[in-house]
Ligand binder design. Structure first.
Ligand SMILES: [Fe+2]
Length: 194
C-alpha cells in the first residue's frame, strides 16, 4: 500500500544471489557487441563462429536522469575469456567527467580497471563485501577474473552524468587484464596510443 499520495520514491527488488531484478529489464551485451575490444581478434572470431555468448548485463533501476538524482542498479559480468583476456564490460567515462561512482561487490571475483585523461590508471580487486570508489574523471571497466561464477556488483552514481563510450571504443584502456599461468595479470595494451 502506498505510504503517501505522491510516489516519487522508488522501491525495487533485486537479488543478492544473482543480481537480477524482477522490476526492470536488463540491458545485455553479447560478444558480438564487443567488436574490436579484445586484443586477440582471431579468438574473438573463432568464438563467434560457434555462438554469441552473453558477456554482461546490467539492471538500471531507471530513475530520471536529472540533477540531484542518483542512478543505481546491478551489473553482472559472466565468466569467460577471449584468448587469454577475461570477459569485461566495455567501460566508459561519464559525460559529466567529474562524476564519481561506487561499486559494491556482491559476488564473484574481479577487478575494476580505471584511468583518467591525464594518463593515470588504477586497478582494484573486487571480492564480495568490497566497495570500490571510482574517482571523478576516471573511466571504469569491470572485469570478471573468476573461472566460472559471475561477477555481480551494485552501483550508484549521479543520474545526470551520462555515459561516454567513444574514447574507449576507439583505443581501449591503457591496461588489459589477462590470464597468465592461471592467474590474472595486468599488462600494457599494445593498441593504446598516446
Ligand atoms: Fe559509470
Amino acid at each position: 500500500m502506498p505510504a503517501s499520495n505522491e510516489m516519487l520514491s522508488k522501491l525495487v527488488r533485486f537479488s543478492l544471489v544473482d543480481g537480477m531484478s524482477p522490476d526492470v529489464s536488463p540491458i545485455q551485451r553479447r560478444l558480438s557487441n564487443m567488436r574490436g575490444m579484445y586484443a586477440d581478434e582471431a579468438a574473438y572470431a573463432s568464438i563467434l563462429r560457434e555462438s554469441d555468448p552473453l558477456v554482461y548485463e546490467f539492471h538500471d533501476m531507471g530513475l530520471p536522469e536529472k540533477e540531484g538524482a542518483i542512478a543505481f542498479g546491478t551489473s553482472i559480468i559472466y565468466a569467460g575469456k577471449v584468448g587469454d583476456e577475461y570477459f569485461m564490460t566495455k567501460g566508459h567515462f561519464h559525460n559529466i567527467l567529474a562524476t564519481a561512482e561506487v561499486y559494491f561487490c556482491l559476488r564473484g571475483h574481479g577487478y575494476m580497471l580505471m584511468e583518467n585523461p591525464e594518463r593515470n590508471w588504477e586497478a582494484r580487486e573486487l571480492t564480495p563485501g568490497c566497495a570500490v570508489y571510482v574517482p571523478e574523471r576516471y573511466a571504469h571497466r569491470s572485469i570478471n577474473v573468476g573461472s566460472d561464477a559471475p561477477l555481480i556488483t551494485f552501483f550508484a552514481f549521479r543520474a545526470d552524468a551520462g555515459h561516454n563510450y567513444g574514447a574507449i571504443e576507439t583505443k581501449g584502456f591503457r591496461k588489459r587484464i589477462v590470464e597468465r599461468s592461471g592467474k590474472p595479470e595486468i599488462i600494457d595494451n599494445p593498441g593504446w596510443n598516446v
